[in-house]
Design a protein around this ligand. Sequence first.
Ligand SMILES: *[C@@H]1O[C@H](CO)[C@@H](O)[C@H](O)[C@H]1NC(C)=O
Ligand SMILES: *[C@@H]1O[C@H](CO)[C@@H](O)[C@H](O)[C@H]1NC(C)=O
Ligand SMILES: *[C@@H]1O[C@H](CO)[C@@H](O)[C@H](O)[C@H]1NC(C)=O
Ligand SMILES: *[C@@H]1O[C@H](CO)[C@@H](O)[C@H](O)[C@H]1NC(C)=O
Length: 424
Amino acid sequence: MRLPSFLATASVLGLVSSVYGQIVSHTPSEGRGVRYSVNIPDATALTGTGPVYLQLEAPANMTWIALGQGADMTDGNIFIIYSAPDGNITLSPRNATGPFEPLYDPSIRAFLLEGSGIHHGLMTANIRCDDCMTLKNGDSLADKSSSWIWGITTGDPLNSANVSETIYKHDYHGIFTLDLSHAIGGNSANPFFMPTHRITDFTPFSSQRQIDDTLLHKKRIAHGVMTSVAFVLLFPNFALTLYIFPSRYTVAWIHAPLQAFAVLLALAGFALGVSTSMDLGEEGGYHPIMGYVAMAAVVLVQPILGIMQHIHFKRTGQKSFYGVAHRWLGRFISVLGIVTGGIGFHYAGSMNPDIPPASPIAYGIISGSMGVIYVLVIWWRRSRTKRKLAAECPPTIKKTTNRSDSTLVSELANVDASQEKSWQ
Ligand SMILES: *[C@@H]1O[C@H](CO)[C@@H](O)[C@H](O)[C@H]1NC(C)=O
Ligand SMILES: *[C@@H]1O[C@H](CO)[C@@H](O)[C@H](O)[C@H]1NC(C)=O
Ligand SMILES: *[C@@H]1O[C@H](CO)[C@@H](O)[C@H](O)[C@H]1NC(C)=O
Ligand SMILES: *[C@@H]1O[C@H](CO)[C@@H](O)[C@H](O)[C@H]1NC(C)=O
């Protein structure tokens, strides 16, 4: 909502008081005691420019605490505070340009006010920001659902007066919304120091998402490992069981149960991936969408095609459309899964500098080797089959077997049903 109409509504409802201002605050439940508060003076709300007041409060046993404007690390200013050697607080306003360490930006006009400091184990930063009313996308800050991001790292105090201090990834972070119509009012030059403002604890009304970064990191690694093992190693190798152990029992007793196990592993990895993408707000990227497609294929389509082929084979002893589709879809899904994994490394890497550069390389090498092994095993089985047929069959029939594998099969079945039966 744009400011003027919203302000008019607020005035009619008597929400705007020129004498007593208002403050809204939010206490993230995963924030380990952090509280964020906002006040927008009347004059600023009226004109759309001017000072805005922010307060960050936290237990002193935190390394740093951050509050950012907007729903993303690119939307607005980020305010980071940490303990200073003189017992006060260092305020480091930073320019957010992406999901990595924001850098100190001296052009942001933000200042620490009276009342800031460390008292009784509590860090308090009272901040006046003179260019916080407009987000980078041009939206006004004063909105009925104004988004904010926060992040903290627990641990030893930084004790630094250096506003460019290097900070590492947060331990916990989140996003919340505030109805800033409850934050408008007053003309105090330090509303958090003068007890004239009404404070609304907006926590129960905020829509919020909170992420434990340690847990997120574990989920991400488990997701990567489980889905890679399933798609790069298990699905192709378990497909090869048909070629390696040609027997009438292979499908029912080896191939199907092993693939079912691989599907379960892929499903578990997929669930972790969905949870990760929800934490990151990235449900719609290439990687997640390709993942949905690959999972739908292995969970729904492949088992149905496989079972249909098996039923057909039991009845007729022959290959069917289902079998051919099952085989080619399987190959396609493996390739899709491997590519999806590669894109996944790209995703994770852009947000997570901790990922060792060797891991995507190892992934590529293992995927490539698996492709070579797959082709070699099939080639080996085919040439063996051909040799055997050549030894057993009259030359006229031998000629018809000399076709590509997808059409080869039914003819081979006619020629030598027992041979074919053994591996279908
Ligand atoms: C940090 O301080 C808060 C509040 O004083 C306390 O609840 C918490 O246990 C402390 N955390 C550590 C790691 O000392
Ligand atoms: C923030 O960084 C971006 C990209 O580096 C730059 O274009 C922009 O001017 C910076 N904003 C401020 C307020 O310095
Ligand atoms: C901390 O610094 C701010 C800004 O310079 C000042 O107003 C405040 O009084 C200081 N707090 C303490 C406890 O010295
Ligand atoms: C402040 O910290 C940055 C990043 O660690 C460093 O490059 C810079 O030299 C430090 N500045 C001072 C004055 O120590």
